[in-house]
Design a binder for this molecule. Structure first.
Ligand code: THU
Length: 134
């Protein structure tokens, strides 16, 4: 599993280079792995109307859906060259939750300041998310 997570993190690093972030100068890249074993990448895309900014994670998930992905999220790696341990924002945690089959099994992959991978579960980072009919 570690090699899979390393590859996801490498992809997140690579796509963070495409970030459009002239306002924050805070690039972010995300790479999401589905049960289909396909991966999709996204970077943050900012806007002069700051609130319209799209985060890397939601960009990656939107890309997956647009390309017809129907399975659930197994893992997502998130990276910023500006900050180690770059956790997803609340909106992105809610988005990840939407496409999880099991929040304990879906993993959030980060990199710490020593460049070591940190593996958290979606349940740990988003324990009381909003759901219908629960
Ligand atoms: N950002 C992300 O791409 N993902 C997150 O989960 C948190 C924040 C972006 C949005 C903005 O372009 C920059 O990071 C600074 O907030």
């Amino acid at each position: 599993m570690d090699i899979i997570y390393q590859n996801l993190m490498s992809e997140a690093k690579e796509v963070s280079k495409n970030a459009y972030c002239p306002y924050s100068n805070f690039p972010v890249g995300a790479c999401v792995l589905y049960e289909s074993n396909k991966t999709y990448r996204g970077c943050n895309v900012e806007n002069v109307s700051f609130g319209l900014t799209l985060c890397a994670e939601r960009n990656a998930i939107s890309t997956a859906i647009s390309l017809g992905e129907k399975t659930k999220i197994k893992a997502i790696a998130i990276y910023s060259p500006k900050q180690s341990y770059c956790l997803p924002c609340g909106a992105c945690r809610q988005w990840i939750s939407e496409f999880c089959s099991n929040e304990e099994e879906t993993k959030i992959i980060l990199e710490d300041k020593n460049k070591k991978l940190v593996v958290l579960s979606q349940k740990e980072v988003f324990p009381f998310g909003f759901k219908f009919n629960d």
